[in-house]
Design a protein around this ligand. Sequence first.
Ligand SMILES: [Zn+2]
Ligand SMILES: [Zn+2]
Length: 266
Amino acid sequence: MNLSFLCEVLSTVYDKEDSILQQLWDHLRLYHSDTMRSPLFPVVLTVLSYHIVCDIMGDRRPAVQRFKIQPGKRPTLAMLLHCAGVTLRNHLLLVFPASVAQWAWRPPVPIPERAPTLLELAGGVTGNLLLFDFQYFIWHLLHYKIRWLYVTFHAIHHNYMAPFALATQCLGGWELVTVGLWTTLNPVLLRCHLLTTWVFMVVPVYVSVEDHCGYDFPWSTSRLFPFGFYGGPSKHDVHHQKPSTNFAPHFSHWDQIFGTHADFSF
Ligand SMILES: [Zn+2]
Ligand SMILES: [Zn+2]
């Protein structure tokens, strides 16, 4: 197979994928434009996807126990209720008022006619993940270097040394607000298409629940990347057991550079 033939095949595949994206976008514009324009849509999308992913990755299926990172460490009912209570409190006191404020003051979002290409979508999501990874790494590191910050804002997330899906958003209000702000502003800074923005909002929800689910499945996101470039559940599990390591939420390079990286066999 020569190079020009391979390029032609790849370009045909990309063109086909791009036209599928355009068809999907046209369908959304035609039948769901009011929903898409609503300032509440991103909030509903992220909150709903969080609860769906938590339910899928919840700790109750015997068939997946062999993938448990810390075997035998399962959440009790009291732990699940505590995390559900913190999440509900955060949603009622922070997410709900922020949503109402957006609904009241933010103008309807303009909807472009053209869908992003597959490359634009993948590049935008990756760029957002890299930017968020850097921002959260610095935030996280600072909250360990300054004891007051840790005790006041981040300690609640470390109630559990063996994390589980619902512990993902067992967060202090300051942490949730900071993370929400970056997730909202970063796609604007990177001038992402609306579709890319929505995909980016759902991807971190999925990977952050995956990081906390307590299982390292054969299909874990970290296994898609070579050389341990992506952290994944086993690395974040180590952070909950040994909190002075693995500060980055997604990738491993910042922890490698700052000497805070640790594998499961510490
Ligand atoms: Zn965590
Ligand atoms: Zn931490």
